[in-house]
Design a protein around this ligand. Sequence first.
Ligand code: SF4
Length: 446
Amino acid sequence: MTSLKDKKIAVISLGCDKNRVDTEKMLGVIEDFASLTSNAEEAEIIIINTCAFLASSRKEAIETIIEFNGLREAGKLEKLVVTGCLPQKFIGEIFDTLTEADVFLGFLDYDLLKEALIESYETGERVNYVGRKKTVESKKRIVSTPLHYAYLKIADGCNNRCTYCLIPYIRGKYVSVPKEDLIKEASSLGDVSELILVAQDITRYGEDLYGKMSLVELIKELSKLENIGYIRLLYCYPDVIDDELIGEIRDNPKVVKYIDIPLQHADDVILKTMNRKGNRDGYLSLINKLKTEIPGIAIRSTFIAGFPGEDEQAFENLKSFLSDAKLFNAGFFAYSREEGTPAYKLKNQVSYKIKQKRVKELYSLQKNISKQNLSTFKGKVLKVLCDGINYDKQMFEGRAYFNAPDIDGKVYFTSESNVEQGKFYEVFVERTDAYDLYGRIYNELT
Ligand code: SF4
C-alpha cells in the first residue's frame, strides 16, 4: 500500500471563516499521515478548500486550481485535491471538466482524505469522494490564525432560505455542533485572548439539537474556560436577538460589546422578496434597544445593493435607514444573481452598472458615519489587543473591541518599549479616520 508519510502537503483555504475552520480541521487530519508545508512549490500534494456561494467565488476557486496545477511542471506537484463548497454543490458539472484535479471531497468528507489519496496514487485515476460522509469525526485542529485569536464554528448549514442565497443548497440544513464537543474544542485551542463564534446564523444555535435556542447557554459554558479571554459574536440573525442574549452581552464581562447582525436591506418590500424576517422599523428599534441596553456597543452589519425590484425609492429607504441606524461599521455587496436560487427568476433585475454605483454610494455614506463614530475616541485611552507589526506603517497593529479581524478597521500605535503579539495594551488615541485609529502606548495591561 502507498505510504504518504514522506509526502509534503500544502493547503490553500478560500472563502469564509467557516471554511477556514474546516481547513484547520483538515490540517489536523493531514498531520496524522503526512507532513504539512506552507510552501506550495515543495509540496507533492496541494489541497484547495474552495468557496462557491457566489459566481465570483467559484471563478476564484477555478482560477486558483488552474494556477496551482501549474506546479506539476514547475514544482513537485503529484496530486491536486479540491475540497469544500465547489465540489459539494457542483461535482456533477466539474468532475469531467476540471481535469486539473485528481481528488474531490465535500465539506464533510475530509476524514477520508488519506484513503482518497491512496486510491488515486494506486489506480492513477481521478477520484470523487464527495458526499461519502455525513459528519466529520476527527476533532483535531491546527489553528491558522495568529494564535491569540481563533474562530469556533458552532453550527453549519442554514434553514433561513433567503431567496438570493446558495448556502442552504451547498451546506444543507442547520446542524448545531454538540455543546460538549465545542467546549472540548475551545479548551484545546490554548490561551486564546479572543474566541470568535461563527456559523451561517449563530443565533439559532441548538434549535435543531436541543429544541430551543441555546446560544446563551453555550456562551456561559465557554466563559468558564480559563484559556478563553473574550468571546466575540458574528452572524447574528435579527429576528432571534432576544432580551436573554442582549442581557448576556451586557452582563457577561467575557463577551465583547460588539455584535454583527447581517440585515441585508431595510426596505420592507425588498426584505419580503429576500424572504428576510423583520422590517425597517423592527431593525431600527432593535438597534436602538441594543444601544440603550449596552451603551457603547459596536454594531456591524452587511447589506446587498441592487436586489431585483430595488427601485430608486427602495434604495433611498436603505440610505435613510443607514443615516438613522448609525452603525459602527457595515459592508456592502452588489446582488449576485445565482442560478438555483429563487431570486434568480425574479423580474426587475438591476443592471451591473447601477449595482456598482449603489454599492459605492452606500460605502461613502457609511464612511462618514464611521468617521463620526471613531472621532469620539480621539484623546481617549483604548484597550487594544496587539495583532503584530505593520511594516508598511512601521507601527504596531491591533484591534479595539469594535474591530473584528479581517472585516473591520485597525488601531495602529507606537511604543518605546517592546510590544508582544496577543497582549492587551492601553493606547492613547491621537488621530482617527473613517476606519482606523492611530496612537501611542499609554500603558501595558496584561
Ligand atoms: S441566513 Fe440567509 S444569507 Fe445567511 S446563509 Fe442563511 S440563507 Fe444564506
